[in-house]
Design a protein around this ligand. Structure first.
Ligand code: SAJ
Length: 417
C-alpha cells in the first residue's frame, strides 16, 4: 500500500483548487501551482478566487495550518495531479477539437522535477489518447527515466487518467462522494492512483485503462448533452404547436421508463457544451447523433432571441429585464453561458432597452459593457421593464412576488415560473 505525503496539484482552478483543499484537509501536504500570479497570491492569502459553496472556509483552514500553499513553479512531490483547462480549438471543418497546449505545458513543467517512483495523474477532461501523449511529452524531456509506454509495469514513472466528475455548486461534496473511474497506463499505474484517491474518495473507485477512462468522461457529458438536446428540440416543436413543453414533459415522465430532462435557453458551462466535440473530433464520420445534439443545443439561444423579438415588436417602447447571466442556477460562472449569448445577441439586434440582472456578479463582463449595458438591481429592473426574460433559474428569482410580473410580458426560458 502506497502512502502519499506530498502532492503537487497543477492548475488551481474550479477543479484543482477544491481537490487540493480536500486532500490538504486530510493532512497531505499540497503544493499547488498556477500560472496566474493573482491566483497564487489569493490562495496564499487563504482566499479562493471564485465562488463555490463551502470552499472559502476549507481553503482558509488548510492555508492557515500550512497544508496548502501555492506557487508559480512546479515543486518536487510524490504525485502530480494535473487539472488544467482543455478548451475548444476550431478544427479543420466546422467541428471543434481539444486544445491540449495547457496539458503539454503542465507535462513540460513537471518533467524537470520528476524522480523515480513518482505518479502523474491527468484529471483534465481529454480526448482519447491524451494521457499517452502527456507521457510522451515527459519522456521526451527525461531520457534518464523510464515511462509506461516503453517499460510497462517496470517503468520508473507511473501515469494514469482519473477524470474529475464534480458538479459546479456541489464540488466539495462530490470530490469526496462521487464514484471515480481510474485509468492506468498499466495495472500498477492504476493501483497506485487508486491508493492516492482512497485518501479522500469515499465513493466507489473503478479501475480500468487510460483510454477507457478518457472515453468514459466524454461519454457522461455527451449523454447529458444528447438528452438535453432532445428536450430542447421538443421545446421548439411544442412552440410551433402551442403546447406547454414543461407540462408535456411532466406528463411523459409519468411513464416509468421515460425521464426527459429540462429544456432551457441552451447548454453552457465548460463541460457539457465542450466535451462532446472531443468525441466528434476523434470519430467525425461516426459521431452523428453527438454532433447533431451539439448543434441543436447551440441553436437554442438564437431561437430564444427570435421569440423575444416577436414580443418586443408589439410594444411601443420595449424595456426587457434579462434575469440571470450565468450558465446555470446559483453559480457565478459565465463561461459558455447561453444567457450571456442571448443578452449579447439582443443588444446587437437593438430591439429594446435591456436591463441586466445577475445577483452573482458584481460587474458585467466586457462583452456587455462594450455594448453600453449596465448591471441593474432586481427591484429597479422590475419597476422599469415591460418584458421579463427569465434566463437563469437562480433561487433568488424563484420566489418573487407574482404581482411584480402580472402586467408584463413574461418569457420564461427555464419553465421555472
Ligand atoms: N441544462 C439544461 N437542462 C437540463 C440540465 C442542464 O438545459 O435538464 C443545462 C444547464 O442549464 C447548463 C448545462 O446544461 O447550461 C450544463 O449544466 P449541468 O448542471 O448539467 O452540468 P455542468 O456542466 O455544471 O457539470 C457537468 C456534470 N456532468 C454530468 O452531469 C454528466 C459534472 O458531473 C461534470 O463533472 C462536469 O460537467 C464536468 O466538469 O465535466
Amino acid at each position: 500500500m502506497n502512502t502519499f505525503n506530498k502532492i503537487s496539484v497543477i492548475g488551481l482552478g474550479y477543479i484543482g483548487l477544491p481537490t487540493a483543499a480536500v486532500f490538504a484537509n486530510q493532512g497531505v501536504e499540497i503544493v499547488g501551482t498556477d500560472t496566474n500570479q493573482a491566483v497564487v497570491d489569493s490562495i496564499n492569502a487563504g482566499k479562493p478566487h471564485f465562488g463555490e459553496p463551502n470552499l472559502d472556509a476549507l481553503v482558509r483552514r488548510v492555508v492557515e495550518n500550512g497544508k496548502l500553499s501555492a506557487s508559480l513553479e512546479v515543486r518536487p512531490a510524490e504525485a502530480f495531479l494535473v487539472a488544467v483547462p482543455t478548451p475548444l480549438r476550431t478544427g479543420a471543418s466546422s467541428d471543434f477539437g481539444a486544445d491540449l497546449q495547457y496539458v503539454r505545458a503542465a507535462a513540460e513543467a513537471i518533467a524537470p522535477v520528476l524522480v523515480k517512483g513518482n505518479l502523474v495523474i491527468l484529471e483534465s477532461t481529454s480526448p482519447v489518447g491524451t494521457t499517452e501523449k502527456m507521457a510522451g511529452w515527459m519522456a521526451g524531456l527525461r531520457p534518464d527515466l523510464s515511462f509506461p509506454q516503453d517499460k510497462g509495469e517496470m517503468a520508473d514513472i507511473n501515469i494514469a487518467h482519473c477524470p474529475e466528475r464534480v458538479l459546479p455548486g456541489r464540488i466539495i461534496e462530490e470530490v469526496v462522494n462521487n464514484a471515480r473511474v481510474i485509468g492506468g497506463m498499466t495495472r500498477k499505474c492504476a493501483q497506485r492512483a487508486l491508493s492516492l484517491y482512497r485518501i479522500v474518495v469515499q465513493g466507489e473507485c473503478k479501475v480500468t485503462n487510460a483510454r477507457t477512462a478518457e472515453m468514459s468522461k466524454l461519454t457522461e457529458n455527451a449523454y447529458r448533452d444528447v438528452n438535453i438536446a432532445f428536450a430542447n428540440e421538443l421545446s421548439v416543436i411544442c412552440d410551433r404547436h402551442k403546447i406547454n413543453v414543461w407540462e408535456l414533459i411532466q406528463m411523459a415522465n409519468l411513464h416509468p421508463r421515460v425521464e426527459i430532462l429540462s429544456p432551457g435557453p441552451g447548454v453552457g458551462g465548460h463541460c457539457i457544451a465542450v466535451d462532446p466535440w472531443f468525441i466528434v473530433d476523434g470519430a467525425p464520420e461516426d459521431a452523428k447523433l453527438i454532433r447533431m445534439a451539439r448543434q441543436i443545443n447551440d441553436a437554442k439561444p438564437g431561437f430564444v432571441c427570435e421569440k423575444v423579438a416577436e414580443r418586443a415588436k408589439d410594444l411601443v417602447r420595449p424595456v426587457i429585464a434579462c434575469l440571470g447571466l450565468s450558465y446555470k442556477a446559483d453559480v457565478d460562472d459565465l463561461r459558455q453561458s447561453p444567457a450571456l449569448e442571448i443578452v449579447t445577441q439582443l443588444a446587437d439586434m437593438k430591439i429594446a432597452e435591456l436591463l441586466v440582472v445577475e445577483p452573482h456578479v458584481s460587474a458585467l463582463p466586457p462583452v456587455l459593457t462594450d455594448r453600453g449595458l449596465e448591471l441593474t438591481d432586481f427591484d429597479m429592473a422590475m419597476e422599469q421593464a415591460n418584458v421579463v426574460l427569465l434566463l437563469v433559474d437562480h433561487s433568488a428569482f424563484m420566489h418573487i412576488d407574482r404581482d411584480l410580473i402580472k402586467d408584463k410580458f413574461v418569457i420564461d426560458t427555464r419553465g421555472a415560473w
